[in-house]
Design a protein around this ligand. Sequence first.
Ligand code: IPE
Ligand code: IPE
Ligand code: MG
Length: 239
Amino acid sequence: MVKPAHIAIIMDGNGRWAKARGLPRAAGHRAGVEALRRTVRAAGDFGIDWLTVYAFSSENWSRPKAEVSDLMGLLKTFIRRDLAELHQSGVRVRMIGAREGLSPDIRALVEEAETLTVANRAMNLVIAFNYGGRDEIARAAQQVAEAVAAGTLDPAEITPEAFAQFLDTRLIPDPDLVIRTSGEQRLSNFLPWQSAYSELVFMPCYWPDFGPAELDEAIKRFSERERRFGGVVARTVAS
Ligand code: IPE
Ligand code: IPE
Ligand code: MG
């Protein structure tokens, strides 16, 4: 069975999970963190090298203030409570997304997690936080324009490979599999550049109900796909 090296997940449906139980949305987000813990462990057990999770989008700032603050608080709690265990399990943690818009305490925690786990090799966990694909590409374009203006980059050298070196994901392989829970079938600005040839798997369950069995099912569905990367024969990687 061909296993995806990099799985990226749009963790969606916390609010509807809570609503179905007559609970506030915040309870759904808390349950979502439990699902994240389970999924990181399961991905490690399944031998997945890279796991990227969409935790807060650049558009999620448009939610009510209290909900935004709940989500910021949950990221802090997750790092504070889980960093030691992640580190012990050999997980390297990184964040993609715009750091400028985040409060200093969150930025410090993220940097602490990245620095502590920098040498870990068992698995990579990438947290997409204050992330939006269009924002990422626009920030990359700003850096490219600055390099051209400074005379260090020739516009003729701006190939897709060269441009990708300016994205937040410069050291991260493209996702092989993108999973979205909650039944919605859209990317919502998640890794639009990087998912150009990813297999997409949409699952009906709400994110708080996701766990090892659902991850296993998504991996099975991935292994049944035939990837061609624009060619005529099945391939496991782009040439
Ligand atoms: C996903 O669940 C979590 C985030 C977007 C942060 P939602 O909060 O989007 O839950 P629904 O989609 O409203 O059910
Ligand atoms: C995408 O979910 C963002 C995250 C999972 C963090 P949303 O719930 O924000 O997406 P839309 O609004 O349904 O497209
Ligand atoms: Mg949603």
